[in-house]
Design a protein around this ligand. Structure first.
Ligand code: MLT
Length: 327
């Protein structure tokens, strides 16, 4: 039994609590945000991510800190974000793998589609077919002839099943009807180091990772995989010009948050993304690496989701026909 005096005191305390104003919600963001890059540092996704993160952080008034978790074609890093607290403080930059992983990986510890909210599209990057500098072929026709003749001599580097370099390699092998031995990395950043060192032979990778090496002559380039040549590498023929019409692929990137991230937070992140996409320094750097920011009217969460769903539907029959899964 509580004595009367104490009861009165407790009652007064309760009244004080009730009368206290609700604790104000801190405005978003009130602390640094982490941007997950699901591939190794120094590669193409990392390059795009770091440029965007810096500009977004400046606009948000909080640093955006890049974290690289590579491996398993980008699924390890994506899983971290699918399972993160949905408060906008952990977001993901991922690429075309978001469209192929749902079909390629039949056993994942996260939902590769419904585990995410879309924030907006970022960029679309051409790919280039490249080899170590002293590879015994000097153009695409010679490469095709060599690959058909001596395929067991080719080690093809990629960033794991579902990575863009894996998809591009699959399309190239399909165009030639010739399989190669593949060497998986945590990202094409480290794979590029080995290509420059000459310990792997061939790779198909985004211009954001290959342009400077091609210009420096540290690797050999055979073709760009877009219908038109890229302005940053004007001498590099398209695959069609080199004799492989239809060998086309480019890599789109988008930003994601965990499912159930509140809409106002998504909108705030989207506004920061749009500011980054309008940033002239980023546009110039992207152009130098053979790409461009998406037009801002396409950088909405809704257009991103629709585009992503259509891309999943586009890749599903191709992967199923190939019958090659990650499990
Ligand atoms: C890929 O092949 O998907 C990319 O090059 C991954 C990366 O950013 O390393």
């Amino acid at each position: 039994m509580i004595p009367l005096g104490k009861r009165a005191l407790l009652g007064a305390a309760a009244g004080l609590v009730l009368a206290a104003p609700a604790v104000a919600q801190a405005p978003f963001p009130s602390r640094p945000i982490s941007m997950m890059i699901p591939f190794a540092a120094g590669g193409p996704t990392d390059t795009v991510g770091r440029l965007i993160a810096q500009a977004m952080g400046a606009e948000l008034g909080q640093p955006m800190v890049v974290e690289n978790v590579g491996g398993a074609g980008g699924t390890l890093g994506a899983q971290r974000i699918a399972q993160a607290r949905p408060d906008g403080y952990a977001i993901l930059l991922h690429h075309i793998g978001m469209s192929t992983i749902p079909t390629l990986y039949r056993r994942l510890a996260y939902d590769p589609v419904n585990g995410f909210e879309t924030i907006g599209l970022v960029t679309e990057v051409p790919m280039t077919l490249v080899a170590r500098r002293n590879f015994p072929a000097s153009n695409l026709q010679e490469l095709v002839a060599f690959a058909r003749r001596e395929r067991e001599k080719i080690n093809y580097a990629n960033a794991g099943i579902g990575a863009a370099s894996h998809l591009c390699g699959l399309l190239f092998q399909k165009a030639l009807d010739t399989p190669f031995t593949t060497v998986p990395y945590r990202g094409t950043g480290p794979a590029m180091n080995d290509l420059v060192a000459g310990t792997v032979d061939l790779m198909c990778d985004q211009t954001t990772n290959t342009t400077e090496q091609i210009r420096a002559g540290t690797i050999r380039a055979f073709a760009v995989t877009t219908p038109q040549r890229v302005a940053s590498l004007p001498d590099l023929p398209t695959a069609a010009e080199g004799g492989l019409p239809g060998f086309e692929v480019s890599v789109w990137h988008g930003l994601y948050a965990p499912r159930n991230t509140p809409r106002p937070v998504i909108e705030r992140l989207n506004r920061a993304l749009v500011t980054a996409l309008r940033d002239e320094t980023i546009a110039r750097r992207f152009a130098d690496l053979g790409t461009a920011p998406v037009p801002v009217e396409r950088a909405t969460p809704e257009i991103h989701r629709t585009f992503w769903q259509q891309d999943i539907a586009k890749w599903r029959p191709l992967i199923q026909a190939a019958g090659q899964y990650a499990d």
